[in-house]
Design a protein. Structure first.
Length: 161
């Protein structure tokens, strides 16, 4: 990741963290004001500087009788933000040790296809016989000789039957 994009990511994460903090504070204040058993008006208990989207969400929750879910919504927001910041794992398995240049070329190609923030690991598995097996997140790209031989065996077996 370049220095420029790393700095941009830091600013973006700071902005998202500030937005999340603001929303959670407003949700906590609304939960406290609305949880007193009264039919309080959402506008009266939410901070004046609360985002209009939050006010609208709370009004919808009030219409549907879901105001008791405010703490759960706040926790779900935190959980969602944590998940979005986790790097995506990219595992590259080869039949032979890859040179530093080959690893760098693979890194660049995978970042170009899947975006920044990949966490790379490289390992060797001689059972592949040749080629690569690349897993990025939940996506698998298998160009190994072993998988091609397995596919060929299955194809021949289906013709013989």
């Amino acid at each position: 990741m370049s220095d420029k994009s790393a700095r941009a990511n830091q600013y973006a994460q700071a902005i998202v963290a500030a937005m999340l903090e603001r929303w959670q504070a407003a949700l906590a204040q609304a939960a406290q004001g609305l949880g007193k058993g009264k039919k309080a008006d959402v506008d009266a208990v939410v901070p004046a500087d609360a985002p209009p989207e939050l006010v609208n969400a709370l009004k919808l929750m009030q219409e549907r009788g879901d105001l008791d879910l405010i703490p759960d919504v706040s926790e779900a927001l935190s959980r969602t933000m944590r998940q979005q910041r986790e790097p995506v794992k990219a595992e590259v398995v080869s039949a032979v040790e890859l040179s530093a240049n080959e690893q760098e070329q693979l890194r660049q190609a995978l970042v170009a296809e899947h975006g920044e923030g990949l966490l790379f690991s490289f390992r060797v598995d001689p059972a592949l016989l040749g080629g690569l097996r690349v897993r990025v997140g939940d996506r698998l790209i298998d160009t190994s000789v072993a998988s091609r031989l397995t596919a060929l065996r299955e194809s021949l077996a289906s013709v013989v039957r």
